[in-house]
Design a protein around this ligand. Structure first.
Ligand code: COA
Length: 181
C-alpha cells in the first residue's frame, strides 16, 4: 500500500487522552494513570510523538531515555510503545515515527543504543523492528502480567558506531598535524 505522509505532533496534557484511546484499541496491555502521568512529568516530550494525518492522531510512539547500566555517562533509549490504528497500518506510519525518534537519539552523543520489549506472540511488531535493523538479544519470561503469553523478546539496535564510542576515551595527540598547518 502507498506510504501515507503524516505530520509529527507533540503529546501534551491537552491531548494525552487520545494516546490512551490509541493504546487501549491497539495493545493488550493496560497502562495505569501513573504511567500516563509519568509520560508527561518524568520523561519529557522529545521522544513522545503522535502521527497526525489531516488533524487526527492515528498512531503514536512513546520512548524514554535511561541510564546505560554498563557504560557510565552514557544512556540508551527505551521504546515503551509504538502503535498505529489498524486501518492505517502498512503505510509506513510507525516507520516514520520510529525514524523520527531514532534520528533525534542518534544526534545525542550520550545515547548509545535503543531497545524494547515485544510480547513473544507479537510477530507483526517483531517483524517491524527487524525490518528496521533491530536484533533479538534475549527473552524475558513473566515480563507481562495479566496477558498471555507473559514472555517478551528484547530487541536492540545500536545507534553509534562502536569505534566512535571508544574514540571518546582515547586521548589523541594531534600536535604533529597542528604544527604542519
Ligand atoms: C507494529 C506496528 C506499530 C507497525 O505499524 P505500521 O505503520 O503498520 O508499520 P510500517 O508500515 O511502518 O511497516 C514497516 C515495515 O515493517 C514490517 N511490518 C510491519 N507490519 C508488519 C506485519 N503485520 N507483518 C509483517 N511485517 C510487518 C514490514 O517489513 C513493513 O514494510 P512493508 O509494509 O513495506 O513490508 C503496528 O502493526 C501496530 O500498531 N501494531 C499493534 C501495536 C503493537 O503491537 N505495537 C508494538 C508493541 S508496543
Amino acid at each position: 500500500m502507498q506510504e501515507l505522509k503524516i505530520e509529527i505532533g507533540d503529546i501534551t496534557p491537552a491531548n494525552i487522552q487520545q494516546l490512551k484511546v490509541i493504546n487501549v484499541s491497539t495493545l493488550p496491555v493496560r497502562y495505569t494513570d501513573k504511567f500516563y502521568n509519568d509520560l508527561l512529568g518524568l520523561y519529557g516530550k522529545q521522544y513522545m510523538k503522535f502521527a497526525v494525518w489531516h488533524g487526527f492522531n492515528i498512531g503514536a510512539v512513546c520512548a524514554r531515555v535511561e541510564k546505560h547500566e554498563a557504560k557510565e555517562n552514557f544512556s540508551k533509549l527505551y521504546i515503551m510503545t509504538i502503535n498505529v490504528i489498524p486501518a492505517y497500518r502498512r503505510r509506513k506510519i510507525a516507520s516514520t515515527l520510529l525514524n523520527h525518534i531514532l534520528e533525534k537519539a542518534a544526534k545525542d552523543p550520550s545515547i548509545l543504543e535503543v531497545y524494547l520489549h515485544v510480547q513473544t506472540s507479537n510477530s507483526d511488531a517483531k517483524q517491524f523492528y527487524i525490518s528496521h535493523g533491530f536484533t533479538e538479544i534475549g527473552i524475558v519470561e513473566n515480563y507481562y502480567k495479566r496477558v498471555d503469553p507473559t514472555s517478551a523478546y528484547i530487541l536492540k539496535k545500536s545507534l553509534k558506531d562502536d569505534h566512535v564510542v571508544s574514540m571518546d576515551f582515547v586521548k589523541v595527540d594531534d600536535s604533529a598535524e597542528s604544527t604542519q598547518e
